[in-house]
Ligand binder design. Structure first.
Ligand SMILES: [Ca+2]
Ligand SMILES: [Ca+2]
Ligand SMILES: [Ca+2]
Length: 261
């Protein structure tokens, strides 16, 4: 159990250290931090985290605005195709309920509360558009309105009631299920479509669906007779066998008697 826990902690640590390959001028978003490669030289890179930048030599690491950056390799070609490989890791922990140095509501609103009436979401602090699904009603019957992460979502649907699903085919059953029209063909058209092997059920087609009503006091004669016949045959075979055995012993006995006399 302890080993398993250590393994998970190890996995968690691996996930937090990420490796990136970026050209000069390119940028990435890492844990809500904007990281940009400003310039590259043979043995060094100028890297910017949000508003702060610094020079890092190949093979070295530095903390820039709370992000630990280690430059592991530079492929210098003399033009904009030059490439830098570096690892990023936060020097703080976002999600530990403590607003540490370098953390703020912009890069970790889980720990550093949003200002004013803003709310914390997975994409940072936002002014809430809604709190409940009802706040998002767009008066359009054919959209499903919901409030997710303080933002309104309007998902298109094709129906809200059965009457919107009429396909003008009297054979099919038309209904609306979770915003989608269903036009199901009938299970049966006549009693003949419902025939089963059971002689003790009444097979009928009622309202396009098969019905199998039990027939009272019904027994399946053919099957029963077959069973009885089978068991009788077996009994006969056993009797015949024992008779054969008896005859065999009788013959041996008489043979011995003949020899002795
Ligand atoms: Ca924190
Ligand atoms: Ca709607
Ligand atoms: Ca129909």
């Amino acid at each position: 159990m302890k080993k398993l826990l250590l393994f998970f902690i190890f996995l968690l640590l691996i996930q937090q250290v990420l490796s990136h390959d970026l050209k000069q001028g390119e940028e990435i978003l890492f844990e809500s931090r904007q990281i940009k490669v400003i310039a590259l030289q043979q043995e060094k890179a100028i890297i910017q985290v949000d508003e702060e930048k610094n020079i890092i030599n190949k093979g070295q690491s530095k903390i820039i605005d709370g992000v630990i950056i280690k430059v592991t390799d530079i492929l210098y070609t003399g033009d904009e195709s030059s490439l830098v490989t570096f690892n990023t890791e936060l020097s703080y922990s976002c999600g530990d309920l403590t607003c540490s140095p370098f953390e703020n509501s912009k890069n970790c609103c889980k720990d550093c509360p949003c200002q004013g009436n803003k709310r914390c979401t997975s994409s940072g602090c936002i002014v809430p558009e809604c709190f409940l699904d009802d706040d998002c009603n767009d008066s359009n019957e054919l959209t499903k309105d919901s409030c997710q992460d303080y933002k309104c979502k309007h998902q298109k649907i094709s129906c809200t009631k059965d009457s919107q699903c009429n396909d003008n085919d009297p054979e099919t059953d038309d209904f609306c299920s979770s915003g989608t029209c269903q036009n199901l063909p009938p299970i049966c058209k006549s009693d003949e479509d419902c025939k089963d092997e059971d002689l003790c059920t009444l097979d009928q087609c009622i309202n396009k669906d098969c019905s199998y009503k039990k027939i009272e006091n019904c027994s399946q004669p053919e099957e029963k007779n077959n069973e009885e016949e089978k068991s009788n045959k077996k009994d006969e075979e056993i009797i015949q066998l024992t008779e054969k055995e008896e005859n065999f012993f009788k013959r041996i006995l008489s043979w011995i008697k003949n020899i002795l006399s």
